[in-house]
Design a protein around this ligand. Structure first.
Ligand code: ATP
Length: 363
């Protein structure tokens, strides 16, 4: 049984379609990130799930029950907005207890519950602190605690960490993930930051132009992107255009690749992650002659740029006028300098064959 099912959810604003038929199954206890660039429809989709936006089409089911027409306040969902929407004149404890007060929970029970939620979000003893005297990260935690006060079935967050500085943001990503694991609550977070999604999610839902392009665990989205948009949006990648010349063979700028999964003929679009590209000095390899005798999966190029990134080294190589990026660990750094002739080796298993640009994802 699925906790939450989105079945063809669509939102139109006049003639503009912000979300096109989004379908997705979210099992109980999953941490889901809706990920995509600005304007791709992720907030609109989250607001439809929350009941704050009426779908123009499609259905929303929770445990097989149709809740498409259920008003937001009857859905038992907890929500945290980007703005947090805390009451600045109330204390942390009063903010957290607010939804309980609305429900008529007696004062002493409210106080107990607020204290235990403050413990949960690692702000013990802060109940009486005015919200105006809390740091950004502390406010964030108060907003999370308040959203959890009514023990919601579903926890929805819209860019909850975007106002925090990079370091605090990363710490909060880990904290939020740990909290979600402890509570086991199905959680959906909107983010435009792919690292954030990779850090927190069990299921990454990549969106572009109102459509779900891929929904899969983080490493699958990274290793087996469904299309060129996903490949490019999730981390850095090399997109190579090839022409199939024979079964399992494609010519690409600078040489030929032998690999599985190619279409029988025509054009092929390939994604190759930079850390899977191998780089050799041209002389030492001996694998690539000029003209005849060229070895498959080895392309001749010229190193144009090297950048030390600390944990890795980035190489930019000009291969027949196209740039290929390779990343190595510092200890594996090949002895090549800008201007050197190099061999770029692309192992067959590093290539992901993508549907042609404009084609549909395989979901
Ligand atoms: P961001 O990260 O910038 O918040 P998003 O992916 O969350 O972007 P949405 O806010 O869902 O995107 O918006 C999707 C599209 O729908 C945008 O083009 C937006 O302009 C449009 N849109 C959103 N709300 C409305 C509205 N009330 N009326 C008309 N168009 C809208």
């Amino acid at each position: 049984m699925s906790a939450l099912v989105l079945d063809g959810l669509t939102k139109r604003y006049g003639g503009f379609t912000a979300v096109h038929g989004a379908s997705l199954r979210i099992p109980h206890g999953q941490f889901v990130c809706l990920l995509g660039p600005s304007g791709c429809g992720k907030t609109t989709l989250l607001r439809m799930i929350a009941g704050l936006e009426e779908p123009s089409g499609g259905q929303l089911l929770i445990d097989d029950r149709d809740i498409t027409a259920t008003p937001a306040h009857k859905r038992d969902f907890g929500m945290v907005f980007q703005s947090l929407a805390l009451f600045p004149h109330l204390s942390a404890g009063e903010n957290i207890a607010y939804p309980l007060r609305i429900r008529g929970v007696p004062a002493d029970e409210r106080r107990r519950k607020a204290d235990s939620l403050l413990e949960l979000v690692r702000l013990p003893g802060m109940a009486d602190r005015p919200v105006s005297r809390l740091s950004g990260g502390q406010r964030q935690r108060v907003a999370i605690a308040r959203a959890l006060a009514l023990e919601p079935k579903l926890f929805l967050l819209d860019e909850p960490l975007s106002a925090l500085d990079a370091k605090l943001r990363e710490a909060m990503q880990i904290e939020l993930k740990q909290l979600q694991r402890r509570l086991g609550i199905t959680t959906i977070v909107v983010t435009h930051d792919q690292r954030e999604a990779m850090t927190m999610a069990d299921l990454v839902v990549v969106m572009s132009e109102g459509r779900i392009r891929q929904a899969a665990p983080p490493m699958e989205v990274y290793r087996r992107p469904a299309d060129a948009f996903v490949a490019d949006f999730i981390g850095m990648t090399n997109l190579l255009e090839g022409e199939v010349t024979a079964p399992g063979r494609a010519s690409v700028p600078g040489g030929e690749l032998v690999l599985d999964g190619l279409p029988p003929h025509g054009r092929a679009l390939l994604s190759v992650r930079p850390e899977e590209v191998l780089l050799h000095p041209a002389t030492a390899s001996g694998g690539q002659g000029s003209g005849q005798g060229a070895v498959a999966n080895r392309l001749a190029g010229t190193l144009s740029f090297v950048r030390d990134l600390g944990a890795s080294v980035e190489f930019r190589i000009d291969v027949s006028g196209r740039e290929i990026v390779a990343l190595t660990r510092p200890q594996d750094r090949p002895a090549v300098e800008p201007g050197a002739a190099v061999i770029v080796e692309i192992p067959a298993e590093a290539c992901v064959v993508l549907p042609p640009e404009g084609g549909t994802a395989g979901e």
